[in-house]
Write a protein that binds this ligand. Structure first.
Ligand SMILES: [Zn+2]
Ligand SMILES: [Zn+2]
Length: 258
């Protein structure tokens, strides 16, 4: 399983893109920074998108990806997420006012985007993977995804969250955990209030994970607050040292092979 981190930050600026992962070139998880990261040929290979929640920094490139798919290769994208997430995406991103309604374009009979609601805590076969959506604690309804390939490789991506990571230990433990740290420890109270992690909160989550499952997988941190990146990196390194764990910050275009 190849996991390519397209966007590893919580703000977009030169050299930094918003949350997106690409698995084996075909399965996209979140759509914050996709089209500026991939060639047209690479975009054409994407068939399925898993959305963790509706926030703009995780969904906005649905529009630019759908536009390229419709205009250049008559493609069709299946977009999966909670019913709540998909309702908001349909109502605001594909309302036909902001831009083209890709749920009915190029035709209602064969639209460019198809929405597919998923249930949390129910494992499903999606795009050849075993996909389990697990509820995430965030400011809006959200899930994380455990994606397992046919050869048993497994990654768990929490999306935006402020806790409850250990719940994803159910069943197969992932070889890789991709989670978020949006700000530094000094902003812990505010981050918790808006549904995000700081390094200290992450440490508590990982301790609980280890207590529950007896081990910790490799951890990669994304959704990094750009303005605090150096501080976050230092504080995450301290957590890694204290826990004796492999925890590092994700980077744009980073490729991890399981
Ligand atoms: Zn969010
Ligand atoms: Zn976010």
């Amino acid at each position: 399983m190849d996991i390519r981190i397209l966007g590893a930050h919580s703000s977009e600026l030169r050299g930094a893109r918003l949350a997106s992962l690409l698995i084996d070139d075909t399965l996209l998880v979140d759509a914050g920074g996709v089209t500026s990261a991939l060639s047209l040929h690479e975009q054409e290979r994407i068939r399925t998108v898993l959305l963790t929640h509706h926030h703009f920094d995780h969904t906005r490139d649905l529009i630019t990806l759908a536009a390229n798919a419709a205009n250049y290769w008559q493609g069709q994208l299946v977009v999966c997420g909670l019913g709540h997430t998909l309702d908001i995406v349909a109502r605001y991103l594909f309302d036909g006012v902001l831009y083209v309604n890709f749920l009915e374009y190029p035709s209602k009979a064969r639209p460019c985007v198809i929405l597919d609601a998923i249930e949390p805590n129910v494992s499903r076969r999606i795009a050849g993977y075993d996909v389990l959506a697990l509820p995430a604690e965030h400011s809006v309804p959200a899930v994380g995804y455990r994606v397992t390939s046919q050869d048993g490789k497994s990654v768990f991506y929490t999306g935006d969250t402020c806790g409850g990571l250990a719940d994803c230990r159910q069943g197969v433990s992932p070889q890789l955990l991709i989670t978020e740290v949006t700000g530094p420890n000094e902003n812990a109270d505010w981050l918790r209030k808006v549904g995000h992690l700081c390094p200290a909160l992450l440490k508590e989550e990982l301790k609980e994970w280890r207590r529950v499952s007896g081990q910790l997988p490799r951890v990669i941190v994304v959704h990094v607050g750009n303005a605090f990146e150096r501080q976050i990196e230092r504080e995450v390194a301290q957590v890694a040292k204290e826990l004796g764990a492999d925890i590092s910050l994700g980077r744009e275009d980073m490729l991890v092979t399981l």
